[in-house]
Write a protein that binds this ligand. Structure first.
Ligand code: APR
Ligand code: PHB
Length: 398
């Protein structure tokens, strides 16, 4: 059988791959999206739920925002809870006052559903249960992407391949460790997350620093909470009975008059905390982005937003290469992404370090306490926090 021909083969139907497909479609560029998981699996996966303002604006511009704009919750601040003297306080960081910007609370699962719905409605190729197993010809005129699905093995011939197959994908693995130029940090902690059928304790997110560890009260809707607890790295869900989870959520988050509301668990999961940056994002005709190129710890919910920033760069540069024959546009891809990657890696690391209990060191504790006080003053540190949280500007996507 002769291989299927396309402009760009996209490996992975996460938010990065699906959004890139949309941006290329709007430029008139053909794509095929290959996803190893089933459609139901991809639609059911619970991920973070905070969308930066520039990303929300981009989604609306791309025609992906209809349901998001109708159903989202717009937040113009967050609460940072911590001990001050002998009591717990909640300081509010006022995004609107500090930056004029807001964030959108809308589950990543919903966004993925919207993107898949549009792609399918447009009748464009998106193959589930299609696992990429190899890529050949990265320095030739065309690349051959080999994949396996229920019909057996097949090949797609493309001008370029987007490696947006997440933190456990194949594309980065095709290169040896030295080529990837990886820098990473692991943290001795993980997040246990529960999706709960109950109203959140506040109309805003509460990030809590507590002597027993970090906790976060987020939400998906006014009736559904998303709650997280810092747990030791290596713990499994079997270590955490529902009673134990509630006990810790109450201890770390409750303030008088503002308790966490209990309800049925709709989902629970454990996510390790780590930072990874592969400093090589391009190998000939293969371009990496999103979690395949870098992973941030979940504090601050930057994973999706950073993936989108990569995709605006990749979309514009692939447009230049494929529509105008300007292949050199792709030479700048990695360089143009990495500054933001490091800014966001720093922000996510900083917020993780500020709010978690990672080691008991009185010196470090004092530094964190003083930073929380400085943030509460609303000066330049709060300004930087609000700017970073609500999102740096995005580059044009075309
Ligand atoms: N062949 C085809 N698909 C693959 C392969 C493969 N060999 N390996 C992995 N995939 C698929 C995964 O099943 C997954 O659906 O690639 C997809 C990658 O999607 P995400 O993990 O969501 O990665 P990305 O799109 O970069 O996500 C951006 O959102 O929630 C966050 O953690 C996520 O921070 C990340 C961000
Ligand atoms: C979430 O709602 O899942 C969420 C919110 C904020 C974070 C991380 C995750 O910092």
């Amino acid at each position: 059988m002769s291989p299927i021909q396309t402009d760009v083969a996209i490996v992975g139907a996460g938010p990065a791959g699906l959004l890139l497909a949309r941006m290329l479609q709007l430029q008139g560029i053909e794509t095929v999206v290959l996803e190893r998981r089933s459609r139901d699996y991809v639609l059911g996966r619970v991920r973070a739920g905070i969308i930066e303002q520039p990303v929300a604006e981009l989604l609306a511009e791309l025609g992906v925002g209809e349901r998001m704009l109708a159903d989202r919750l717009v937040h113009d601040g967050v609460q940072l809870q911590h001990r001050a003297g002998d009591r717990m306080v909640r300081d509010r960081i006022d995004f609107a006052a500090l930056t004029g910007k807001t964030v959108t609370v809308y589950g990543q699962r919903e966004l993925v559903r919207d993107l898949i719905g549009l792609r399918e409605a447009d009748g464009l190729p998106l193959r589930f249960g299609a696992e990429v197993i190899g890529i050949d010809g990265l320095s030739d005129d065309r690349v051959a992407v080999r994949y396996r699905d229920e019909a057996g093995e097949n090949t797609i011939s493309a001008r370029y391949v987007a490696g947006v197959d997440g933190a456990h994908g194949i594309t980065a693995q095709l290169l040896d460790a030295g080529e990837r130029q990886t820098l990473q940090r692991s943290y001795p902690a993980a997040w246990l997350g529960v999706l709960v059928e109950a109203a959140p304790p506040s109309h805003e997110l509460i990030y809590a620093r507590h002597p027993e560890g970090f906790a976060l009260a987020s939400m998906r809707t006014p009736e559904v909470s998303r709650l997280y607890l810092q747990v030791p790295a290596g713990d499994t869900l079997a270590d955490w009975s529902p009673d134990r989870i509630w006990e810790h959520l109450h201890r770390r988050l409750d303030l008088p008059g503002s308790p966490v509301n209990e309800g049925r668990f709709l989902e629970s999961s454990i996510t390790p905390l780590r930072s990874v940056v592969h400093r090589r994002m391009r190998y000939g005709r293969l371009l990496l982005g999103g979690d395949a190129a870098h992973v941030v710890p979940p504090t601050g919910a930057k994973g999706l937003n950073l993936a989108v920033a990569d995709m605006t760069q990749l979309s514009r540069r692939l447009g230049r290469a494929l529509l105008r024959g300007d292949e050199a546009a792709l030479d700048g891809y990695q360089e143009s992404c990495l500054h933001r990657v490091w800014q966001v890696t720093h922000f996510s690391w900083w917020m993780t370090d500020l709010l978690h209990r990672l080691e008991s060191d009185e010196f470090g504790e004092q530094l964190r306490t003083e930073q929380l006080r400085t943030l509460a003053d609303g000066g330049p540190l709060a300004q930087w926090f609000a700017d970073s949280y609500t999102g740096l500007p995005l580059a044009p996507w075309q």
